[in-house]
Structures are given as C-alpha cells and as structure tokens.
Design a protein around this ligand. Structure first.
Ligand SMILES: [Zn+2]
Length: 184
C-alpha cells in the first residue's frame, strides 16, 4: 500500500520500467519542516544533476534540526558500467563510501551527525522505491543508520515537483513518508 506525493507522470514513463514505491506515504501527516537554505540547496542540486539523480546528506546535532547540506557524487553510473547494478544514474544513486565517511568524520568533530540522506527522482514521484528501501536497510531488516531520514525530491525538466521525507517506524517496521517544506 503506497501513494506517491505527486501525480505520476505516466506519459514520460513509456517504455521505461520504473520501480514501484515501497514505503507508505501519508499526505495527511503534518509536513516535515526544513530551514529554507537547506531545501534551496537540495533543490538546486537536484535541478543541476537532472536528468541524473543527485544525492547527498544533511548534518546536524543529534537531537536538533539539520544545519548543513553536503552534496555527494552519484557514482551509480560507475557501478552500472562495472556491472554491479542494472540501474544507471538516471534511475538510481550510490554515494561513494569514502566520501560519506569523510563527511561524517568532519561532522563528528563538530558534535554533529548524519540526519538525512537525500536523493532525487527523475520525472517520477517523490516516493521511496524498493531499491531505496533495500539500500537503507541492513541484513537484519533494520535501518543501517537509525534515526536518519530519507528525503526524496521529484524533479522534472520544469524543476522540482514534490519533496517527501521518509522516516523509519520501528513499530510498523516500514518507512513512512510525509511532505516536506521550507520553514516560513
Ligand atoms: Zn530513489
């Protein structure tokens, strides 16, 4: 059971097999609110990478709001060319492990931690796909990064269409999404 936060763009999808949403989206939940410059940075990144998916992280204090966006390189096309994945960078993302480790080491020195992993979806909804969920979960079926949200930005050639934040619900054992917006 799932819903996309934006209307599916079926006409752009013809001939392309898209992955289905694999997490619950609840549009009636109160939206997740982010500092305006953070979302602006993420949206700019998504537009600049189009028609490839962008990816990156948000850092912040463990119990506070995210303070900083760190853009990461999407190395999915490298994995695709090596035969490690069927998906290229237009259909998937992969953050280089060394890049994320370096960013997290720097964050730790400031008393900050990983709060959000973000990536964009090209001409499709801001859902969490089956691949997204699988790469977010460890072998035990629990999140690799407990407490870390997954922000998905739907971007088309007209710009950002929708944005949603997915967080792990340990009682239900699934990711549940809600809309995300800028602070007033
Ligand atoms: Zn995705």
């Amino acid at each position: 059971m799932s819903l996309d936060p934006s209307k599916p763009q079926a006409s752009a999808e013809e001939g392309v097999s898209r992955e289905r949403a694999a997490a619950l989206f609840e549009p009636e939940r109160p939206p997740a609110v982010f500092h305006r410059p953070l979302l602006a940075e993420v949206f700019a990144h998504a537009r600049e990478c189009y028609p490839e998916e962008c990816c990156g992280i948000m850092l912040g204090p463990p119990d506070g709001e995210p303070r900083q966006v760190v853009r990461c390189n999407n190395v999915q096309s490298v994995r695709h060319s090596k035969g490690e994945s069927q998906l290229d960078a237009g259909h998937g993302f992969w953050i280089d492990e060394q890049e994320i480790e370096r960013a997290l080491r720097d964050a730790e020195q400031r008393g900050e931690t990983l709060r959000v992993v973000y990536h964009s979806h090209i001409d499709t909804g801001a859902h969490l796909s089956q691949t997204d969920v699988e790469s977010a979960l460890g072998p035990e079926g629990a999140p690799l990064w407990p407490g870390v949200g997954h922000l998905v930005i739907s971007v088309g050639d007209n710009g950002v269409q929708a944005v949603a934040l997915f967080e792990w619900d340990s009682e239900c054992g699934i990711y549940i999404g809600r809309q995300a917006r800028e602070a007033d």
